[in-house]
Design a protein around this ligand. Structure first.
Ligand code: SAM
Length: 377
């Protein structure tokens, strides 16, 4: 494998040289530096003791957790032999300490922090380390569903689960049968598909967690660069689980773009999309702390800070209005987004931009008021 060195955050890591990222024997995607930046910030704010990077590839994520956060014990795991060898090499270069093999598939570096490189199926490792990790990161190819059950048993009952999903085509309704199979949910097509996809993903974790009497609170969840990411705080107890399940529900949308949603175990009317999470997509204090830290810290991706600023300002209500889609659906002209937001604020509604689309707004205004605000004066 031909390698080259890249710098990301405080880490210098070797990654395979390849024409296209998916051809490389070990996966490294520089675009995901933003995902890793936000994860490093989240771990720094949350200060977990034990962290697992369950699907580690080059080791970049776990190595950044070890170098840039207060975490005391970090595990880096991958099923691939090539990845494991590269994780070992990268950990050696960055940690600057020697270590020892424990058995055939585990290597422990003991320095200021304990870093464990592990070569196994993530499900097997997570089954072995029952209720062990304070922060567990799932960053798979495609859907995280095949790892969810063991992850929810390996993370502590008050721990944090961080999940990436790159199967946006599935969650956004391009492959409806796959969404039914993997997430037991009905997706939606059109301008609401990304937010609905993120909410289907969170709703799935809520349903998986509920059987262990675990509730879920969303610290931060977002869509970006064709992937979804959610930081989910677990809460222990049947009542907490019931509360989370009570925040699941369904979405309906008319041809005009008007939408409605309802919480409930079953939909009141059909066709409905879901089940999906209808609770908050962020804890404002957590996002503000993350943003404050981002302002001080050297980040790897130039878009991390402005993206966090958008997330911090965004109104946290289910679903949004995409002005381009509404104009198309209702035969209107597309005006400036800032003018629509201003017009709604002037008549007393709350309205902000949303990270889901550069042409969309989140507002508590009713559909007709949004259409009115889009019409020229
Ligand atoms: N987290 C990495 C990062 O930030 O650069 C990227 C991880 S990559 C998307 C997914 C990794 O999961 C691959 O390296 C693959 O070998 C590994 N993988 C796939 N199935 C696995 C399994 N069952 N157990 C452990 N690792 C697995």
């Amino acid at each position: 494998m031909e390698l080259m060195e890249v710098r990301e955050g405080s880490a210098r890591i070797l990654v395979p040289k390849a024409e296209r990222i998916y051809d490389a024997p070990v996966f490294y995607n520089p675009v995901m530096a933003l995902n890793r930046d936000i994860s490093v910030l989240a771990v720094s704010v949350l200060k977990p003791g034990r962290v697992l990077d369950a699907l580690s590839a080059t080791g970049i994520r776990g190595i950044r957790y070890a170098l840039e956060t207060p975490a005391g014990e970090v595990w880096l795991n991958d099923i691939s032999e090539d990845a494991f060898r590269l994780i070992l090499e990268n950990a050696r270069r960055n940690l600057g300490v020697e270590g020892e093999m424990l058995g055939e598939r585990r290597f422990v570096f003991r320095g200021e922090k304990t870093v464990v490189a592990n070569h196994d199926d993530a499900n097997r490792l997570m089954a072995e380390k029952f209720r062990y990790f304070d922060f567990l990161d799932l960053d798979p190819f495609g859907s995280p569903v095949e790892f969810l059950d063991t992850a929810l048993r390996s993370v502590k009952r008050r721990g944090v689960l961080a999940v990436t999903a790159t199967d946006t085509g599935v969650l956004c309704g391009a492959y409806r049968q796959a969404c039914r199979r993997k997430y037991l949910a009905e997706p939606i097509r059109g301008e609401l598909c990304h937010e609905a996809g993120l909410r289907i993903l969170i709703g799935t974790v809520v349903r998986y967690a509920a059987k262990y009497d675990l509730g879920v609170e969303v610290l931060l969840a977002y869509y970006r660069d064709h992937y979804f990411r959610a930081f989910l705080r677990l809460r222990s107890g049947a009542k907490k689980a019931d509360r989370s399940v009570s925040m699941l529900g369904y979405l309906r949308q008319e041809a005009s773009g008007r939408f409605e949603y309802e919480t409930g175990f079953l939909p009141e009317r059909l066709p409905s999309h879901g089940p999906l999470w209808l609770g908050p997509l962020k804890e404002q204090r957590f996002v503000e702390e993350t943003l404050k830290l981002a302002e001080k810290k050297a980040l790897a991706h130039k878009k991390t800070l402005p993206f966090l600023e958008v997330l911090a300002k965004e109104l946290d209500l289910p679903f949004h209005y995409d002005t381009h889609a509404l104009a198309r659906r209702n035969g209107l002209q597309v005006g400036k987004l800032a003018d629509v937001i201003e017009a709604l604020r002037e008549i007393g509604y709350r309205a902000t931009r949303t990270h889901f689309s550069p042409t969309a707004i989140k507002t508590d205004a009713p559909f007709d008021a949004v259409l009115e605000a889009m019409k020229p004066l």
